[in-house]
Write a protein that binds this ligand. Sequence first.
Ligand code: ZN
Length: 117
Amino acid sequence: MHEFGIARSILNRVIEQVKTSQCQSSKIGIRKIRLKVGDASGLEEESLRFCLEFCSQGSIAEGAIIDIERIPLRAHCQSCGAPVSSKDTQTRCEICGSGDIEIIAGDELFIDSIELE
Ligand SMILES: [Zn+2]
């Protein structure tokens, strides 16, 4: 599953970040992880959440609330400049039929914030 690899790398980054900022405290736990996920990232919110919960077992992120904020897709046609709103990145321009679609926003995935216990 695609989401598993992504969930692992997110968790590695989260844990790394927490450990470097909180190196003196031995008992740290993560209460909440807030992520921003673009609509065009191809990630299923529910399966990403499931994978994160699964992969965090036994780590300091176990039991953390996974808060996922969606970023709507914004794209336009490179040929005629028409806006394209479809979630499907394989889509073609409705105006000129070009498949040359540029995504401006909505294909990102990043850690917005981490809340500690
Ligand atoms: Zn077009």
